[in-house]
Every structure is written in structure tokens, then in C-alpha cells.
Ligand binder design. Structure first.
Ligand code: M6R
Length: 369
């Protein structure tokens, strides 16, 4: 059933264009407007939402972190993201105008389920983003928006992550559309761009030869660092998590802006550092700031592995390796930039002879708190 792939994880990485396309399917009408009748939720209540809280664990929480950047930008509704187990055991400010969005591949993660139950008790409206029909979290929520990634067998999440970002974006864009006016116009424009993403993911997948070579070459690395900024920050966290889970290598993801507040002390000659570079078109000059970070770590001997938009010449002088991804609007970039990091972790772990589908000590769904 691995369809010719050496592992389920390899297969699931390859299925990502389809996972995104299927998650978009049927969610717009002929005119390009978002239609989410499936939510069966009171639209007026949705329009009254004054705060959104995204709750999830692990990789799903990184989809939530990505979504915060996008949803606040598109809707101007304040948006928080919190690990479900932390949210549950403090005293969160939640009321009947709060929308709590849970994200879970399995729909059975106990920490996330408890957070959803807690939110409902506090009077919040709850929407589940979930990949598994009939699972517990959607049943315990007011509404559900399914990701259509298909079954994910490998313990490490890949295609579910891309589908989660896609689904939570669809939800955010739907909220923007409900606000009307220029918000609605932008929502439709972004949906058009999203529909072009699956083909671009395929372009990334087709160009992974060098990333695989680098991974095999780096099988003995004791530690790898990952830097990103804006939506590239959760991508860096996800790249680090994949490497920990699959290859048992110490890996950490940082917000690039934090570098000089501590983490740069870790950089010594030969230290591999992945850097997720924002598009040169990103607002507020973020691109230039990240390029300076690459320069700074390179000056201290880091081996820089740079993920950048195709044609971005500015990284060339400071990159030991450049991994190019096609051009997309900044907020959609995580759907492309995370792919080389998944491939890297999977390939490196395979080179070490490890079982990438069943890493040690981990279960596919964590059904205890
Ligand atoms: O089934 P869920 O999406 O609720 O699972 C959440 C996490 O346990 C999961 O993403 C975990 O971090 C994966 N092992 C990541 O690869």
C-alpha cells in the first residue's frame, strides 16, 4: 500500500499537492466566493466574533501559529494561538463572542479535546479542523471543517499539516468574506492564489534531489538549527520537530529576530543552520532583515542552508546551499517552504537506517493527557 514508495512518510509527502487541492475542493462557488454551508453554524453569531483562539498540539499547533498571521491580517479579528494543554489549565479569557478553533489530524488528541470541552463550558463557539470523520473532537464541537488529506499513516505529520493550513485559511477567508467590502475582495483574490499552490508544491517536490543529497551527507550532525521569521517562524519550528522525531537529532527552531537575544551563541564553525527566507516582496523589509541574519551567522562559521524564493539573488553570497521555491504571496509561503524540511528529515533518518514511519517512543495519536 506504499504505492512504490519506501515508506508511508515518503508517500504522504508526495501526496501533498492533492491534500491541498482536495481541501480547497467544493469550498467556492462559480463566482469564486467561499461557501461553507457544511459548517451549519449561525452566520450572525460568526459575525459577532470578537476574538479567535486556536488550540492544538505539536505540528497542528504550528498550523495554528501560521494561521494567526493570516487571519489577523485578513479579518482584523484578534487571534491567539495556544498549545491545548496550556490553554486548558490556566484561566483563559473566553466568552460567547470567542471562537475557539481546534486543529487536529486524528480528532482524538486528548489534550486538544479537553481544551475544546473547556472552551465550550466557558461559552465559546467551537469549530474543529480535523482530518478524521466521525472522530471525537468534531463530535464535541459546534461545527467542523474537514481537511481532506486522506488517511495519514506515518506517525510524523506531513500532508495533514499542509491540509490544516489550507483549511484554517479557508475558514479565515470565510470570516473575511462575512465582513464584506474590501475584506471580501481580498478573500476572493487569496482563494485564487491558493488554487495555484498545489502545482507549485509539485514543482518543489520535483526539485528535491539536492536536498536528499545534503541530508545523506549530514546524517552524523549532532545538532541542526532552523531560523524563520513571520510565517517562516512556525515553519522553522516544524522543520526542527520533524528532525527530532524522525532522526533523533537535537534540533531547534527560532524566530530569526531572536538570534542576537541568545541563540547566536550556539553558532560555531560548521554548525548547520536552515534559514527560511521571506519573499523579497514581504512588507516591512523583513526579507533584508533575514538576509542580514544569514550574513551574521555565516560570519561565525555557520553552514547556511537557505530556503528562498526563486530568483532571489541577494542570498547567494551568504548561502552554502540554496533551496529555491516558486513565488507565492507571503502568507501562502509555508505551504511550499516546509516541504524541503520534511524531505530533509525523512531522508536523513532513512540514511541513518531508522524507521521513519514509526519513530521510537511516539504514537500516531496521543489519547492520554
Ligand atoms: O492528531 P493531532 O493533529 O491532534 O496530533 C497532534 C500532534 O500530536 C502531532 O501533530 C504530533 O506532533 C506529530 N507527531 C507531529 O509530526
Amino acid at each position: 500500500e506504499k504505492g512504490g514508495f519506501r515508506s508511508f512518510m515518503d508517500k504522504e509527502i508526495d501526496e501533498q499537492p492533492q491534500a491541498v487541492a482536495d481541501t480547497l475542493l467544493g469550498r467556492t462557488d462559480a463566482a469564486g466566493a467561499l461557501v461553507l454551508d457544511e459548517l451549519r453554524i449561525d452566520e450572525e453569531a460568526l459575525k459577532r466574533v470578537s476574538k479567535i483562539v486556536l488550540v492544538a498540539c505539536g505540528t497542528a499547533s504550528y498550523a495554528g501559529m501560521v494561521a494567526k498571521y493570516a487571519i489577523e491580517h485578513w479579518t482584523r479579528i484578534p487571534c491567539e494561538v495556544e498549545l491545548a494543554h496550556e490553554f486548558r489549565y490556566r484561566d483563559p479569557v473566553v466568552d460567547d463572542r470567542t471562537l475557539v478553533v481546534s486543529i487536529s489530524q486524528s480528532g482524538e488528541t486528548m489534550d486538544t479535546l479537553m481544551a475544546v470541552k473547556h472552551a465550550r463550558e466557558l461559552g465559546a463557539m467551537t469549530i474543529a479542523i480535523c482530518n478524521t470523520h466521525g472522530s471525537t473532537i468534531p463530535r464535541e464541537s459546534d461545527a467542523v471543517l474537514y481537511t481532506h488529506a486522506g488517511p495519514e499513516i506515518a506517525v510524523a505529520s506531513t500532508k495533514a499539516f499542509l491540509a490544516q493550513i489550507t483549511a484554517v485559511y479557508v475558514l479565515g477567508l470565510y470570516l473575511a468574506q462575512l465582513r464584506g467590502g474590501t475584506y471580501a475582495d481580498e478573500a476572493q483574490a487569496v482563494m485564487k492564489e491558493l488554487h495555484e499552490v498545489p502545482a507549485k508544491i509539485r514543482t518543489v517536490l520535483d526539485a528535491m534531489g539536492r536536498v536528499r543529497e545534503i541530508a545523506r551527507f549530514m546524517a552524523d550532525s549532532p545538532a541542526v538549527l532552523f531560523l524563520g521569521r513571520h510565517v517562516g517562524y512556525p515553519v522553522a519550528m516544524e522543520g526542527a520537530l520533524k528532525l527530532k522525531e524522525l532522526a533523533y537529532i537535537h534540533a531547534e527552531g527560532f524566530a530569526a529576530g531572536e538570534l542576537k537575544h541568545g541563540p547566536i551563541a550556539l553558532v560555531e564553525p560548521g554548525q548547520p543552520v536552515f534559514v527560511v527566507v521571506p519573499s523579497p516582496s514581504t512588507e516591512h523589509g523583513l526579507h533584508g532583515k533575514v538576509v542580514s541574519n544569514i550574513q551574521e551567522i555565516r560570519a561565525r562559521g555557520a553552514r547556511t542552508l537557505v530556503i528562498a524564493e526563486e530568483g532571489d539573488e541577494s542570498v547567494v553570497p551568504f548561502a552554502d546551499e540554496i533551496i529555491s521555491v516558486p513565488t507565492v504571496p507571503t502568507l501562502l509561503a509555508p505551504l511550499l517552504t516546509v516541504v524541503p524540511l520534511q524531505v530533509f528529515a525523512c531522508e536523513l533518518a532513512s540514511a541513518k537506517g531508522l524507521d521513519v514511519d514509526q519513530p521510537r517512543n511516539l504514537a500516531k495519536s496521543v489519547t492520554v493527557e
